[in-house]
Write a protein that binds this ligand. Structure first.
Ligand code: 13P
Ligand code: MG
Ligand code: MG
Length: 366
């Protein structure tokens, strides 16, 4: 049976700051989604102040009705957030009228359509206080870097390589994408992914059977609003197990606690910390977070689920992330603790720099 998994997420308000949604927000989203007749199944959770809706259905990707269902749920939750006086009520609902699909409206989406395997195994990763390019490192390591991902040697299917679809998210006119193949084009892939603010993995397809393995949300809120409107906290779906990588081969790629853009005011670099499902944001400078869900599917139903990072091994990664973040913050306001100019461009700092620029003088040459 051809099934579509649609993960759609939005920040519609936080408790006492950009921390987590209230119980009532999550319940509102759950109620609206559960009343829908469009879905085979659904799961709702949150990471930091972002609520994600995972839906299975048979209507394909970019389906207007599915996207509208998520959009309406987030709009309804926005009303609750306003009634509760939550912080940043409706933050990601940059456009309030629905038009076709959620792309360009504020919420992020990652979707995959596939013929369900008899033992379909999938992971859902949801991040807070960071940007879509945060997935560049774990997905590159997992699908390209044999020394970190020996499963690439051990699976006949994975040995045939994958196709990366990478988006240039600086282009606001239309989706500007490139397709590059592993193993032969890996240096070109790295040559783009080194800049996660601009080049973002959107999809990964198997070269063995042409199926889509992974999908990442790529929306950049400042491209829609023209100013800093919160971070573009991303979500990703990754299909796992034969003929793809194993669950633990993908999970292991989050052990590096690599530095990502984000945290407080979305203006800094800190280490990505794996956390358990439904964790609030850290009040330590909004350290970037990632949660992981693994689940089995049968006939589109989510039959059983688990928490990927609820594991003593990931306690060690949490410690590593905290140490790396502390060390980065010792750098104070100086780059790379803070983001480069093109990323700061959408914040108030850019206006101040323009004012200061007017006061600069050109020294007369003698
Ligand atoms: P969010 O994008 O998660 O709402 O964070 C915004 C922010 O600026 C926190 O300081
Ligand atoms: Mg927020
Ligand atoms: Mg957020």
């Amino acid at each position: 049976m051809k099934i579509t998994l649609s993960a759609i997420k939005a920040d519609v308000g936080g408790v006492g700051g950009h921390t987590k949604p209230s119980k009532e927000l999550v319940e509102t989203v759950k109620k609206i989604v559960s009343e829908s007749k469009l879905l085979l199944d659904s799961y709702i959770g949150y990471t930091g102040d972002d609520i994600h809706i995972l839906m299975s259905h048979t209507r394909g990707v970019n389906n207007a009705e599915i996207h509208k269902l998520a959009f309406d749920a987030f709009m309804e939750a926005t009303e609750v957030a306003k009634e509760q006086g939550l912080y940043g009520a409706g933050q990601d609902m940059l456009k309030t009228a629905f038009s076709g699909n959620v792309r360009g409206l504020g919420p992020g989406s990652a979707e995959i359509e596939f013929e369900e395997r008899p033992n379909e195994a999938v992971m859902l990763f949801a991040a807070d206080k960071t940007e879509p390019g945060a997935f560049n490192v774990p997905l590159y390591y997992g699908f390209v870097e044999v020394s970190r991902s020996p499963g690439l040697m051990l699976s006949n299917d994975m040995r045939k390589g994958v196709v990366f679809t990478i988006m240039d998210v600086a282009n606001t006119e239309a989706d500007k994408i490139i397709e590059l193949k592993t193993p032969e084009e890996y240096v070109d892939i790295a040559s783009l992914l080194f800049n996660p603010h601009r080049f973002v993995i959107e999809k990964i397809h198997s070269r063995s059977n042409s199926e889509q393995i992974a999908a990442v949300s790529t929306s950049r809120l400042h491209n829609i609003s023209g100013k800093y409107s919160g971070k573009d906290d991303p979500i990703a779906i990754v299909r796992v197990q034969r003929p793809f990588l194993a669950t633990e081969e993908i999970g292991a790629m989050f052990k590096y606690a690599h530095y990502v853009a984000g945290d407080t005011r979305g203006s800094h670099n800190m280490a990505l910390m794996p956390v358990v499902l439904n964790s609030p944001s850290s009040v330590y400078y909004c350290n970037p977070l990632i949660s992981g869900l693994f689940f089995s599917m049968h006939n589109g139903k989510f039959t059983a689920m688990g928490d990927a990072f609820d594991d003593p091994v990931f306690d060690e990664v949490r410690r590593l992330a905290a140490t790396k973040s502390f060390l980065m913050r010792e750098q104070g306001f100086v780059m790379p603790a803070m983001l480069p100019m093109e990323e700061i461009e959408y914040t108030i700092l850019a206006d101040k720099l323009k004012e200061l620029d007017k006061k600069f003088v050109l020294r007369k040459q003698d």
